[in-house]
Design a protein around this ligand. Structure first.
Ligand code: CU
Length: 158
């Protein structure tokens, strides 16, 4: 009995440790352990009312044990894509947005959002817009952003 129990218990413990920290070389100190594991969901662009600007929203989920940062965004339909924060009804451009470890970065109407400027074409409802998200540590993530009705987003002001 003991001979069979011992090794089995060790294997189980090892598996749990791997799943918990996301890598075999993670330190026990906690700082900078693991890596970010990012995925993007709920992406959409409200059909823009302007010929020159559009907004975009999505959620980045991080299942990993390390934080990351959204640092820049590119898209084939826009000359420039910037990352904005909304605070107290006013929006301002920010250099980056943090994606917390085991957490989420949410871009939504009335909060953080993307601004597409210098539009090369005006996105229409039913189309998709290709966007590439760049992060401080993780590899870039390609997102197909569906274009929703303008009214899908209550905040159509900009
Ligand atoms: Cu904005």
């Amino acid at each position: 009995m003991r001979r069979r129990l011992g090794p089995a218990a060790l294997v189980i413990a090892g598996g749990l440790a791997l799943a918990g920290c996301g890598g075999p070389d993670s330190g026990a100190s906690g700082s900078a352990s693991g890596t970010a594991e990012l995925s993007v969901k709920s992406a959409y662009m409200p059909q823009p009312v302007s010929d020159e600007m559009a907004a975009g929203f999505f959620t980045v989920t991080n299942k990993g044990g390390a934080a990351d940062e959204l640092t820049s965004v590119t898209s084939d339909i826009a000359g420039q894509v910037t990352v904005h924060q909304t605070a107290g009804g006013a929006m301002r451009e920010v250099r980056s947005l943090k994606v917390p470890a085991h957490g989420e970065l949410v871009l939504k109407s009335g909060g953080n959002h993307l601004m597409f400027e210098q539009l090369k074409r005006k996105p229409k409802e039913g189309q998709t817009v290709s966007v590439e998200l760049h992060f401080a540590d993780s590899a870039p993530v390609e997102v197909e952003m569906p274009v929703k009705p303008a009214t899908y987003n209550p905040q159509t002001g900009h």
